[in-house]
Ligand binder design. Structure first.
Ligand code: NAD
Length: 480
């Protein structure tokens, strides 16, 4: 057998073996008390802190991710999610008594949140800790067994994830399986109870089709083009600083990064000027300083570098103006933060998710046209509004559809565990973070109990058609 085939067969055996052991062990994990689950989460919290430097080193090796951004967007975010879950887990897990309507009087009802069972988490490379471990926190809080398949494009990070998980959980409870795409494909053939996927919309469709074979529920956290609307009343300084920050964070490789800006024509030039100033302040005033900045991550691999470079070339070729930046270096996979104006509508950069530090700034003259522009495209994962006019803010929210909204800031909607995080249709299915994550990994089981020695259901037993029954039915269909 050729070497690749042998490797593939071995991967498949390992995946199948871990899965079966988790299937057998799932009821032990499901029976765990809130106290025990909190203990597991505390261990995870401690292990992440213990390996803080190793996490940073791994992400630097993978795509030169800034160690400070690792603290902000990975370690602090995951650990705050853990602490939030520990604080609230008891109340999330508690069975909830609910009322009964008049015709069911004499009975009671409750909802129990049961773990889904054995869950698969397939993660992307761009926030390796955050996007594998926040779902893990929710899955563990809900009492599930989990297999995590991190991305093959961030192998150093994947190794650290595996080490942390191995220190905190036995393999029959949580396991990290590293490897190429085929590992994910082999895992998707197994009858998981839930599949939680973060990645591109194209692969999300493949994952959903695979899950359908086992009627497994799915959470799909996908991508898309997230617009920023800046109207003429906005605080331009605030808008520019936040857009520049979140657009360039992680080298622009953030699912909720502003993808493009729609700005009122009266403040278009002023916004572009301020964006220039803030990018300079953040990453350096000269091209050399920016290239040397330790805070600008690189494109994850040559293919992605080529993709963003292609979008940039295509836009320029079609007449877009480079207002700032535009330099790239394939050897380092470096893309300078870049501002584009005058981008023609047929440019590819206005069609594809950019996922790089290149920002098209488009002008509008009438706010009434903005919702239609957004709604003609696939639903975005995030939508940002910079405005001081309440009417405009409300109008944009009411007349558009998609994932979370953030007003006069960028990315806040991700960092608040009280908010459900997720997209809609092309940008995703389902939500997580905080209680939403716990619910996503739980099956809400409705339990009704009859207490009455003379249950109301007696009145509806066959043979049908008594006078009393007809009277009751007439009342029921009209009034309840
Ligand atoms: P990707 O879809 O290429 O890969 C994600 C995961 O899927 C990886 O683990 C990979 O091994 C696996 N995979 C790839 N091809 C597969 C296949 N054919 N079958 C089964 N599994 C397969 O995504 P990526 O490049 O890692 O991440 C970038 C994309 O993810 C962007 O579109 C971005 O917007 C999106 N994203 C979304 C969120 C969110 O929270 N909604 C967060 C981060 C990234």
């Amino acid at each position: 057998m050729p070497e690749t085939q042998t490797k593939s067969a071995n991967n498949s055996i390992v995946a199948g073996d871990v899965f079966r052991r988790q299937q057998q062990h799932q009821y032990v994990v499901a029976r765990s008390t809130a106290r025990r689950r909190k203990e597991k989460l505390r261990n995870l919290h401690a292990a992440i802190l213990r390996h803080r430097e190793a996490i940073k080193a791994a992400m630097w090796a993978d795509f030169r991710k800034s160690p400070h951004e690792v603290d902000i967007s990975e370690i602090a975010t995951v650990n705050s999610e853990i602490r939030y879950a520990i604080r609230h887990l008891g109340s999330w897990m508690a069975p909830r008594r609910v009322g009964v309507r008049l015709p069911l009087i004499g009975s009671s009802a409750q909802i129990r949140y049961e773990p889904k069972g054995v869950c698969l988490i397939i993660g992307p490379w761009n926030f390796p800790l955050n996007l594998n471990f926040i779902p893990l926190v929710a899955a563990v809080a809900a009492g599930n067994c989990v297999i995590i398949k991190p991305s093959e494009h961030a192998p150093h990070s994947a190794r650290v994830l595996r080490m942390i998980v191995a220190e905190c959980f036995p393999e029959e409870e949580v396991a990290v399986l590293e490897g190429e795409v085929e590992v994910a494909q082999q895992l998707l053939e197994l009858p998981f109870n839930h599949v939680f996927f973060t990645g591109s919309t194209a692969v999300g469709k493949i994952v959903m089709a695979a899950a359908a074979k086992h009627v497994a529920s799915v959470t799909l956290e996908l991508g898309g083009k997230s617009p920023v609307i800046v109207d003429e009343t906005a605080d331009l300084n605030r808008a520019a600083s936040r857009i520049a920050w979140i657009k360039c964070m992680n080298g622009g490789q953030t699912c909720i990064a502003p993808d493009y800006v729609l700005v009122h024509e009266s403040v278009h030039d002023a916004l572009v000027d301020k964006l220039r100033v803030w990018i300079g302040k953040f990453y350096g005033d000269t091209p050399e300083a920016r290239r040397a900045s330790p805070d600008l991550s690189r494109a994850i691999h040559d293919r992605h570098f080529g993709f963003v470079q292609g979008l940039l070339n295509d836009a320029v070729l079609r007449g877009a103006r480079v207002e700032f930046g535009g330099r790239t270096n394939p050897d380092e996979r470096y893309i300078e933060p870049t501002l584009l104006t005058n981008v023609p509508p047929d440019a590819a950069i206005l069609e594809h998710e950019i996922f790089g530090p290149v920002l098209p700034v488009l002008r509008y003259d009438n706010i009434e046209t903005v919702p239609a522009y957004i709604n003609e495209r696939p639903k975005p994962l995030a939508l940002y509004i910079f405005s001081r006019r309440e009417r405009t803010i409300e109008q944009i929210i009411r007349e558009t559809r998609g994932g979370g909204v953030c007003i006069n800031e960028c990315a806040l909607q991700f960092f608040n565990p009280e908010l459900p995080f997720g997209g809609h249709n092309a940008s995703g299915i389902g939500h997580y973070h905080g209680k939403s994550g716990f619910m996503e990994f739980s099956n809400a089981r409705g339990i009704a109990r009859q207490h009455s020695p003379y249950p109301t259901t007696n009145l509806f037993l066959p043979p049908y058609g008594s006078r009393l029954m007809n009277l009751l039915l007439n009342w029921l269909v009209r009034w309840l």
